[in-house]
Design a protein around this ligand. Structure first.
Ligand code: 5GP
Length: 220
């Protein structure tokens, strides 16, 4: 079992929405999140810290903050992470301060993290919206991993084994998207985000003047 962040964080109210998207490798999470962000500039990504090395054109501070094991250890002991986890033998974590500052000023933040991190975020922020993306079938998941052409056959087998463990966590998530047709899955993701923004507390704060002009008195 990978190591988990054992630190308990205080839950709190905040005006920004916190969306967490998890999926097994090959389910299409990154493409869906990229397309969502092109459509909706109000969804702000979170840049994680990781101990893995940069790949290709990745830049420090853009895809990730690439840090040493020692730097990561220091952040863990300073309680600087909302969540962190070991994923594929490397550590990844979401810095607490930057995240809290953004949701406190009403920014909608989206975390693209693994299921272990997602479950820790839910403990720290019970209002966080956890979204799990499933592939339509094992055959399709395998085909997508093979067609990506990024991984050796043994790595694909490992990703499929890990996928079974990851998908077993789906019941702990609030929403499930089955990514069979990309456009339909993207619509589902947009719908979840839109619905969250229509909740009473969000509307009451965003449209305060409308509520005032309507003289709505809400019983305590
Ligand atoms: P990659 O190294 O391919 O960018 O990411 C590997 C996995 O780590 C992905 O499932 C990704 O969602 C997850 N991941 C990225 N950042 C974080 C993070 O801050 N926390 C956790 N728990 N997982 C993360």
């Amino acid at each position: 079992m990978p190591m988990r962040n054992q630190t308990a964080h205080k839950s709190m109210d905040y005006p920004g929405n916190l969306f967490v998207v998890s999926a097994p490798s090959g389910a299409g999470k990154s493409s869906l999140v990229r397309a969502l962000r092109e459509f909706d500039a109000r969804v702000s990504p979170s840049v994680s810290h990781t101990t893995r090395a940069p790949r290709g054109q990745e830049k420090h501070g853009r895809e990730y903050y690439f840090v040493s094991d020692q730097e990561f250890d220091t952040m863990v002991s300073n309680n600087a992470f909302v969540e962190w986890a070991n994923v594929h033998s490397r550590r990844y974590g979401t810095a607490k301060k930057a995240l809290e500052e953004r949701i406190q000023v009403g920014t909608d933040v989206l975390l693209e993290i693994d299921y272990q991190g997602a479950l820790q975020v839910k403990e720290a922020f019970p209002n966080a919206v956890l979204i799990f993306i499933l592939p339509p079938s094992w055959d399709e998941l395998r085909a997508r991993l093979e067609n990506r052409g990024e991984d050796a056959p043994e790595v694909i087998e490992l990703r499929l084994t890990n996928a079974a463990e990851e998908m077993a966590q789906v019941a702990k998530f609030d929403f499930v998207i089955i990514n069979e047709l990309f456009e339909s899955a993207l619509f589902d993701l947009k719908t979840i985000i839109h619905a969250q923004r229509l909740k009473y507390a969000a509307q009451r704060s965003r449209r305060a003047e409308t509520f005032e002009s309507l003289n709505i008195s809400v019983p305590n």
